[in-house]
Design a protein around this ligand. Structure first.
Ligand SMILES: *Cc1c(COP(=O)(O)O)cnc(C)c1O
Ligand code: SF4
Length: 354
């Protein structure tokens, strides 16, 4: 990917994209990333065909997807190994029958976020910072997602909700940092993002803006020249927290998107989730840190998976997680070791385990 290839350019008649609410009918030419998003894979049979997998996986995916359908953008698919049903990237997005199990302890809202809403779409749990759910839409459906059950619409995640959230932020000067989250906030187009960021930085108490996004990984063309200019134009460096779980997610296109963000003097961090069968081995975690550092991203958090219903098969025992991170610490520079954390409702911050 080069920056030149990611500029806005008129594209003819893209397909409708039901997952990307708010991207339609804006009257502006669709950008390359929007066209790629519309072409994301939603059909399990197509996924299996493209990867050379047996159609039984597709049948299982159809049974298991429930209300959280398969969604895989092609740049992410391209990082998978053809013919490998155990591919660690595939495992993050392919619905399995195991999702239908509901062991006790795995619940719809394990973080009790619905109770922590300070305003529509505004989660205020920790001092000094508030998390704004800018959109409920994502470009990829990660099967382990702790917000997979979150009723965004019910909690006012919409343009009107965002306006109310901004008023609540302005009314509380203890909030110094706004974290744009979702869904994926970079699914807002550049005009809407510019407007939102403009409103946020106009609030006198705000001295930092953070963006939690998976798009530089799963849809690197989202890092347009305009986005880079927008971030570069903020009165302070943007903090961009990407989300990669496995080194194979970070190919040349992703590295170019990261380079472009670094060109906007953004502070670049990664958060990963520790997932059974994806990245719960020392070589993979070591490879992830090495690859992140090679492309200019500091490993920030390694989350123990939140216990949301349908995700029990991704769980990694805490003792094993601690062992893995201790082993990482022996092999890496201190700044290459992510903090192992778990979110515990009612605590004043995420809880560091190791
Ligand atoms: C994780 C999280 C934050 C950010 O926490 P940091 O430790 O500063 O990264 C803020 N608000 C909510 C609700 C969160 O879940
Ligand atoms: S990108 Fe983030 S919010 Fe979206 S499905 Fe994946 S983990 Fe959940």
């Amino acid at each position: 990917m080069t920056l030149d290839s990611t500029q806005s350019e008129p594209v003819s008649a893209p397909a409708a994209n039901p997952a990307a609410e708010g991207l339609r009918d804006r009257g502006s030419p669709r950008e390359r990333w929007q066209v790629e998003l519309a072409a994301a894979i939603r059909d399990p049979d197509e996924l299996c065909r493209l990867l050379g997998l047996d159609a039984t996986f597709a049948a299982e995916a159809r049974r298991a997807a429930g209300g959280f359908p398969l969604l895989v953008p092609r740049p992410f698919l391209e990082r998978m190994t053809h013919g490998d049903p155990h591919d660690p990237l595939l495992r993050q997005v392919l619905p399995l029958e195991a999702e239908l199990a509901s062991p006790p302890g795995w619940v719809a809202d394990p973080l009790e976020e619905a109770a922590a809403l300070a305003a529509p779409g505004l989660v205020k749990k920790y001092e000094g910072r508030a998390l704004l759910l800018a959109t409920g839409a994502c470009a990829v459906h990660c099967r382990y997602c702790f917000r997979r059950e979150f009723p965004y619409a019910e909690h006012g995640v919409s343009s009107a909700g965002t306006a109310a959230a901004l008023r609540a932020i302005a009314a509380d000067p203890s909030i110094r940092e706004v974290i744009l989250s979702g869904g994926d906030p970079l699914l807002l187009d550049d005009d809407r993002l510019a407007e939102l960021l403009g409103r946020i930085v106009a609030i006198p108490a705000i001295s930092r803006v953070r963006i939690h996004t998976r798009l530089p990984i799963v849809l690197p063309s989202r890092v347009t020249r305009r986005l880079v200019e927008l971030l570069a134009g903020l009165p302070f460096p943007a903090v961009v927290v990407i989300h990669a779980n496995h080194p194979a997610e970070l190919g040349p296109e992703q590295a170019a998107a990261i380079r472009a963000l670094a060109g906007a003097r953004a502070i670049l961090l990664n958060q990963a989730v520790l997932l059974a069968g994806v990245n719960d081995t020392l070589p993979v975690l070591l490879g992830l840190s090495e690859r992140l550092l090679a492309i200019g991203v500091l490993p920030y958090y390694l989350h123990l998976p939140d216990r949301v219903v349908g995700t029990a098969h991704f769980d990694v025992p805490e003792a094993k997680a601690v062992e893995l991170v201790d082993a990482l610490r022996q092999k890496l520079s201190g700044y290459g070791v992510p903090r192992l954390v778990r979110e515990v409702p009612g605590e004043a911050s995420k809880v560091t385990i190791a």
